[in-house]
Design a protein around this ligand. Structure first.
Ligand SMILES: [Zn+2]
Length: 279
């Protein structure tokens, strides 16, 4: 093996590198300052959060975007059942919050979408909640299961996950572009984007579990057994074909892992078993 002296060609890039690092530092600083400036107190949980929009902006945007989420179902009876179970959950939520002298700011609305192929439920920031006919039919008209799905979505709204995600997304984008500038290569930017993506997925998984906790809480308040949420997990697992993507790479934790988490919350809340009289 022969010895090669270190190459000297890199030193000519030094001033370019220095400039890039200064720009990158400025981008990082700007991202951090604007992210920190976003602090708001969540009106329901009382936690400090980083979000861009006010609650009334969330509500307005949600109402505006709702008609674009898909064709409403023609099955009036099923749509009425979704609204009914949703209203029951919100009713008990409002009551519970008023006991704590908190006013629920969200005008919740529950929509059944005509989509018979996609097994899905989601919520827009501000209280517009959706469930597809495909998922609804898998729940077999069981109010407790419907409550599990809707309760979870109500949790996303109350925790302001959508708005929080948008604010975090902007922050991560700032860091990714800074890394791209500093590294000066496509590969660095790519790696940074990958890391950013990974961070937001981690955020997504935590948000899912937080919403499952709300789901259980609301089901209990409305008199539904939280165990129906476990049946919902079975449905999700069955319809996702066992889950081909590794768990750490998907925004939603595998239903099997959520199942474990749900069971641990139930055990934590009711160490001596579930109370009787739930339906
Ligand atoms: Zn979710």
């Amino acid at each position: 093996m022969s010895y090669h002296p270190p190459s000297r060609t890199r030193s000519s890039n030094f001033s370019g590198l220095k400039l890039r690092l200064i720009i990158a530092a400025a981008i990082v600083l700007f991202s951090i300052v604007s992210y920190l400036a976003k602090g708001q107190i969540n009106p329901v949980t009382g936690e400090k959060q980083r979000v861009d929009d006010s609650v009334s902006e969330e509500i307005m945007m949600g109402i505006q975007a709702a008609p674009q989420m898909g064709q409403p179902s023609r099955d009036r009876q099923a749509a009425a059942q979704v609204r009914e179970v949703g209203a029951r959950l919100v009713n008990r939520l409002d009551q519970r919050l008023r006991e704590k002298r908190i006013e629920n700011p969200y005008p919740f609305d529950f929509h059944l979408l005509a989509d018979r192929n996609t097994v899905n439920a989601f919520a827009l920031p501000g209280g517009q909640v959706f469930i597809t006919e495909a998922l609804f039919h898998h729940l077999e008209g069981h109010p407790g299961r419907i409550a599990g799905v809707l309760g979870h979505e109500i949790g996303h709204v109350l925790e302001r996950h959508g708005s929080e995600r948008m604010a975090t997304g902007g922050f991560i984008k700032g860091l990714v572009s800074a890394a791209g500038v500093a590294g000066g290569s496509f590969e660095t930017a790519n790696m940074a984007a990958y890391a950013g993506n990974f961070l937001s997925m981690k955020y997504g998984r935590d948000a899912e579990l937080e919403s499952d906790r709300w789901g259980i809480e609301l089901m209990m308040l409305a008199g539904y057994s939280p165990e129906h949420l476990l049946t919902v997990m079975d449905v999700l697992e069955k319809t996702s074909g066992g889950g081909g993507t590794p768990e750490f790479m998907s925004t939603h934790p595998r239903p099997a892992n959520r199942r474990e988490y749900i069971q641990s919350i139930i055990r934590e809340k009711f160490p001596n078993g579930l109370p009787s009289g739930l339906h």
